[in-house]
Design a protein around this ligand. Structure first.
Ligand code: ATP
Length: 236
């Protein structure tokens, strides 16, 4: 395995608040790495900085290339896609049009093949391709947000709390799809408050507390760590 993404000493400030403090992490090619942590730990800010949407200090290296001066759109073209926590869909546009927007950088010619791929992963989206995105259920919206990110054919898919607000069965389906994507070679950086579910599918994990990465290791080891269990897994 080789590192697809290497983040070194990355920091993000909002004025005097240091939301991300010198975080270092690696996503290996073909793996799921997860960052777990409580509300406000800095997970969303970390992803935004990796995507180039927020000013930050430190190193972000993708596939051997330093991204410091690379703007967010170019990071997408290089193969990084972010599925934001708010899912950011165009509510009055159809499912199919939302998906097509995700491929705009790749050009019209690639849309049919990408659509076919996304519909194979999420048959529900194909059934509802004409429906307005704003009328979808929470789970369907998450599928659409993931589908739109996949239209760009990413090599690294970053997911910000895909389980947020969804029923347990739907969370299971969504995370099952994330595992399938990994098995097809898409590398994943998964941010979750739902530590149990995230560590179950991840290869490596990081615990983030007050902006800092305080624990790291193979996901199974973190899941078995009594400190993680006590704080994040609701152990008795
Ligand atoms: P959540 O799970 O609630 O989304 P998180 O782990 O993703 O939390 P962030 O959203 O990255 O955490 O927030 C980290 C810290 O930075 C929090 O204290 C938050 O209040 C603060 N913060 C986030 N965005 C801003 C902003 N635009 N301006 C000022 N402070 C911010």
């Amino acid at each position: 395995m080789s590192a697809l993404l290497e983040v070194g000493d990355l920091s993000v400030n909002y004025g005097r608040v240091e939301a991300v403090r010198a975080v270092s992490l690696t996503v290996q090619s073909g793996e799921i790495a997860t960052v777990i942590g409580a509300n406000g730990a800095g997970k969303t800010s970390l992803l935004a900085a990796i995507m180039g949407l927020l000013p930050s200090r430190g190193r972000v290296v993708f596939d051997g290339q330093d991204l410091v001066r690379v703007p967010a759109e170019e990071r997408v073209a290089m193969g990084i896609s972010l599925v934001p926590e708010q899912r950011d869909l165009f509510g009055t546009m159809s499912v199919a049009d939302n998906l097509a927007l995700g491929a705009f950088r790749r050009g019209r010619a690639e849309i049919p093949a990408r659509l076919e791929r996304v519909y194979a992963l999420f048959p529900r989206l194909e059934e509802r391709h004409r429906q307005e995105a704003g009328t979808l259920s929470g789970g369907e919206r998450q599928m659409l947000a993931m589908g739109r990110a996949l239209m760009a054919k990413p090599r690294l898919l970053m997911l910000d709390e895909p389980s947020l607000g969804l029923a347990p069965l739907i969370v299971r389906d969504i995370l099952q799809t994330v595992s399938e994507l990994r098995d097809e070679g898409v590398s994943i950086l998964l941010v979750e408050q739902n530590a149990r579910a995230a560590l179950r599918i991840a290869d490596h994990g990081y615990v983030m507390e007050l902006g800092a990465a305080t624990m790291r290791g193979p996901a199974a080891e973190l899941a078995a760590d009594p400190r993680v269990a006590e704080i994040y897994l609701g152990a008795a």
